[in-house]
Design a protein around this ligand. Sequence first.
Ligand code: ACM
Length: 536
Amino acid sequence: MVAGAGTAASSASASPASPWSARSSSASAQDPAAAAPTALDRVVPAPASVRPAAGSYAIRPDARIRVSGSDGSARSARRVGDYLAQVLRPSTGFSLPVTTRSGDDGIRLRLTPKAAGVRTLGEEGYRLQVTGRAITLTARGSAGLFHGVQTLRQLLPASVERTTRQAGPWRVSGGTITDVPRYAWRGAMLDVSRHFFGVDQVKRYIDQLALYKINKLHLHLSDDQGWRIAIDSWPKLASHGGSTQVGGGPGGYYTKDDYREIVRYAASRELTVVPEIDMPGHTNAALASYAELNCDGVAPPLYTGTEVGFSSLCVPKEVTYDFVDDVIRELAALTPGPYLHIGGDEAHSTSHEDYVAFMDRVQPVVAKYGKTVVGWHQLTGAHPAKDAIAQYWGTDGSEKEVADAAKAGTRLVLSPANRAYLDMKYNADTPLGQNWAGYVEAKQSYDWDPGTYIKDAPESSVLGVEAPLWSETLQTSPQIEYMAFPRLPGIAELGWSPASTHNWDDYKVRVAAQGPRWDAMGIAYYHSPQIPWPTS
Ligand code: ACM
């Protein structure tokens, strides 16, 4: 059963005695002036290609951030420039004006969507060139520029992440990084149903995901314990179904404006929101809100425990499909991204025949409203739609129906529970999380290959990876962070970096260097004994 659920206050801070509370924000004892700048290949995720060169660039008090964009992309370049300035100004104390005036000095952010020389960078890649005179970031799309900015942050001293003025110097090693992602889907899921997390908590997590080039935020918006999104045509889903959570707290839900704000903020960090309504199981909150959705016409009580598999929409009833159509229509209208996740896991109270019939009926509704179906991998046991994406959450990759679907064209997002589930305990002493998929220490989480994980699935079927964070035991931002860090950056690296860079002994040193950054940002991470954290 679940440890630690339902008692602590759901504030964004934890008591200083909690293992998941952030370290004090005192500056590192290391003298940054004496340290060599970070080598270009010492970042997470590991870049695809690095060519070091002699020398370094130092950001000086009069430096400018010069933005330029061809073919109508100037505004996007400015947006990323403004973001970089917001990161750098508090700690450097420099004014760092963002300007469209051209020049061969300073920090130059260039968007060149059509330039022949950068075609291989795709939408998300970037080139970072550092000389004594300038840092030049070039990309074809704003996502590439933004990801390049994340790399640049990691090349500066960790103290750059503080929000008060620090000493510097702000030096970056000379050379060139050319970087593109291995996979298009690099996701993180947050379960806002078992415990509800407010807009500011979600934004905080988005900012943390962006550090590691995660580009999908999957929101698990409904489950037995709570319905978290306002649906105008079925208002009791949120007002009643969203009124509690695991342990019996007050729950909550996103208004449509809240959800739009999350989508907007995620987009500003180059993440696409993937909303999930889990069906036909995991639906007690909906069934409790509307009696007519139940086969016997009787609404069950709200549920605040942590069992799974006991609820099902009523597959034979027509009103079920009115409900599904309304929910998907309203959610699709709110969601600019192309994906809509319909769950489909642990439908233990739905017969196989009903499950298949339900999915046969619901997947076309997703298509009707212009979205691509994503489902947990049990969908592969039904008839996945032609362009469907299955999210694998098994453990050993041996499920034949998943491989068969992949061979027939279903694309796979890999979230093996014994690797990528951020809610698994690190070890028997971890005060939060679950252990049904075993203990998942940092090395176990990192040390696998998405390209070959599913037995007999073609490597080309793998769209990417995702790190889900289920919240039966989690209520605060520091608790989220304690479970996500350091494992999340490892999954992010599996999604971004070429397989040729995969090496635990190298990775553990690079991720260790993130510790002082997380200290500077107030991220409450788990100090895994497998990682050689710097002592300061
Ligand atoms: C799941 O963990 N039930 C997808």
